[in-house]
Design a protein around this ligand. Sequence first.
Ligand code: COS
Length: 379
Amino acid sequence: MNFEYTEEQKAVQAAARDFARNELFPGVIERDTHQKFPAEQIKKMGELGFMGMMVDPQYSGGGMDTISYVLAMEEISKIDASASVCMSVNNSLVCWGLEEFGTAEQKEKYLKPLAAGSIIGAFCLSEPEAGSDATSQRTTAEDKGDHYILNGTKNWITNGNSASVYIVIAQTHPEKRHKGINALIVEKGMPGFVVGKKEDKMGIRGSDTHSLMFTDVKIPKTSRIGEEGFGFTFAMTTLNGGRIGIAAQALGIACGAYELALKYARERKAFGKLLCEHQAIQFKLSEMATKIDAARLLVHKAAYLKDYNKDFVKAAAMAKLFASQIAQEVTTEAVQIHGGYGYVKEFHVERLMRDAKITQIYEGTTEIQKLVISRELIK
Ligand code: COS
């Protein structure tokens, strides 16, 4: 076993760290307060190759491995989880899904600009009545011969307004249940496609989360991903990989909060000595650091399995389950170590604590991860 990163992986990690500190850190509180999408920063992330990291260079991607991707995700998430969720969705749901299952034309038309970061993508599975219960899709894609007519509503869509390309999951043959579902590529501006209200969220407030409405949107069959009825398997398979990105995000949020707490504990005095000289604080820091290391091992194991084309479904679900749980615990302790300062915005840890919660909900709740893991255990 080798726990060392390659020179290339270290370079990616350092580049992501520098970018996060220099470009994302300034303004992160303001963007959170005013729910401002980091559009300029995401554009720069595209130019630096962070939006299509694992995509083959022939489609304008970085051709990097999943370890490099999770290292970058961790660094960006330490500073700005709103930027990192945009990055995660674009990389591991939209680009990966298109590269793996798209046609040559779809890759040329959509994957290239998405991987280059010149446009952003969105992945649209959740509905008002279908979150965890993803087979119960109410959005319909009626088969009209050479095209589909799309009708329905999608909810809580990351990059909802800022995206140009949307992968929309919809039901074509309800009697076939999940085998009647299709994944369709929808472009912003298509007649009948309306971006709905922006959600006012507890955390990741800089990210752009919207509902989407489709009324008689005409989608050519050439925009379907995979064979007729492949849509649900497409969504599940894509989410398996997406969970590695969100696990890395949770890890980064935890680590960002821990680093701030450690710095604070080294500087602030109470009862005549530094906080870090008090055993109560030392024990907290020890537990936080141990949890972070354990989460990182799970995240990297899942990434490693994916890179070596081994079955990573259980590993990805375990990584997301654990990393999102410790993100909650570590960020809460980071606020505690900061005391009153931790409860105000300028010390950053309260934001990280709010941001951590979503990692237990999106791309499969904690309960769904347990379901996925247990199915893998007993199958
Ligand atoms: N990877 C690949 N395929 C999977 C899968 C996975 N993790 N989980 C299920 N599938 C496949 C099954 O193999 C089955 O296909 P076949 O009939 O061809 O074998 C199909 O999907 C339906 O599975 P199942 O019958 O188990 O469906 P259920 O409704 O019982 O459960 C769960 C499906 C709960 C696993 C699924 O709905 C799910 O993952 N929900 C969470 C969705 C999610 O993450 N939502 C967040 C929104 S995106 S931010």
